[in-house]
Design a protein around this ligand. Structure first.
Ligand code: SF4
Length: 374
């Protein structure tokens, strides 16, 4: 079991809060980029060591701007290079302004069976300052259109903790998603990343930084609404109806192998992490010149131990103590810290699996770092 992630590093315009790797000027070399991605897929056949591929994920950037010919080229290259499960989850991230009867038809025809739609907000003034390429009306109509075209497995993204977002507005946004009948929601707290327009505005006092207490209150409100609607929080920021959890992301969180292709994409094979060069022109050049485009870091047992805690504790799958002890001897200090968190009812243990309680989830990063080995 393994996953393939394809990073499409193109966007129509730059969202003011985003620090992902992408370019808005790509028309002159988009085909070269797609061909390079295909070269990478073929050239890394050995990376996943004949494991069956059970998830394929087009992320970015904005993969929903791919032409049908580009999408087909990438998918066919994957099918010809790897053994893909007949029931593989095949996802594409889509922005509302790219969703139409034509694009939905293309995705359906080419085997895409899960849509991840970046709605982010139902407040037009927020979409405007975030420089999103879509309107509230498009957000509202695109999900229904996708459902009419037979897409059942749909997730939408929302952002909370925005500077001018009130509690009532946030509740309205979450409830709107509940009314849409989608089985999955990812909700992210706005973070101010360096070198973004948003960080520049905050530094210059042009926009108020988000209030941390309001962000916590909005997160708590989110948990109340999703619980009342039968969603499960299976990862700190991810909520789903039973059976609609993201298989691709769940594989990441369970420590399964994945290969990321495209500029800036990351890969993991159990003992090492690799990352591709985060520059579109240099990535393409590397394939023309047969030069290196990947850096790799071998993970020590301590690195793997700490990663299992950091990632596992954020999910309902939790952390298996037997898995930790295979990597490193469990120390007295670890047991002491763990017992402290159990007494506070922030961590619970069932059949040697550690998971966070509702209270613990509010302190996930603090708890994980306290359990790390040096
Ligand atoms: S569309 Fe997505 S990847 Fe592109 S700039 Fe906006 S948030 Fe970033």
């Amino acid at each position: 079991m393994a996953g393939i992630y394809i990073h499409i590093p193109f966007c129509k315009q730059k969202c003011t809060y985003c620090d992902f790797h992408f370019s808005t000027t790509f028309e002159t070399y988009r085909l070269e980029m797609i061909e390079s991605i295909c070269f990478e897929i073929q050239g890394r056949k050995e990376y996943l060591q004949d494991k069956e591929i059970n998830t394929i994920y087009f992320g970015g950037g904005t993969p929903s701007i791919l032409l049908e010919s580009e999408l087909k080229l990438v998918l066919n290259t994957i099918y010809l290079t790897f053994s893909v499960s007949l029931t593989a989850e095949i996802s594409i991230e889509a922005n509302p302004d790219d969703i139409s009867s034509i694009s939905l038809g293309i995705w359906k025809k080419n085997g895409i069976n899960r849509l991840s739609i970046g709605l982010q907000s139902f407040k037009q003034s927020d979409l405007d300052w975030m420089n999103r390429a879509h309107s509230v009306n498009e957000s509202l109509s695109c999900v229904a259109l996708a459902q009419e075209h037979g897409f059942e497995n749909i997730t939408v993204d929302l952002i909370y903790g925005l500077p001018e977002l009130s509690m009532d507005e946030w509740s309205l946004h979450v409830n709107r998603v509940m009314e849409m009948g989608v089985p999955h929601l990812s909700a992210y707290c706005l973070t101010i990343e360096d070198k973004t327009a948003l960080s520049n505005w905050v530094n210059k006092g042009k926009i108020n930084p988000p209030n941390e207490d309001t962000q916590s209150d909005q997160f708590a409100k989110l948990l109340d609404i999703i619980e009342a609607n039968g969603f499960e929080q299976y990862e700190i920021s991810n909520f789903s109806k039973a059976g609609f959890e993201s298989q691709h992301n769940s594989n990441y969180w369970k420590g399964e192998w994945y290969m990321g292709v495209g500029p800036s994409a990351h890969s993991f094979n159990g003992t090492s992490r690799s990352w591709n060069i985060a520059n579109n022109r240099q990535y393409i050049k590397a394939f023309k010149e047969h030069s290196n485009y990947i850096e790799t870091e071998q993970l020590s047992n301590i690195d793997q131990f700490n990663e299992r805690i950091l990632i596992g504790l954020r999910t309902i799958y939790g952390v298996r103590l037997s898995e930790l002890s295979k990597l490193k001897k469990i120390t007295k200090e670890f047991i002491l810290a763990l017992n402290g968190f159990k007494e506070k009812r922030w961590i619970k243990e069932d059949n040697q699996v550690l998971t966070l309680t509702k209270e613990g989830k509010l302190r996930a990063d603090y708890i994980a770092s306290a359990l790390f080995l040096d």
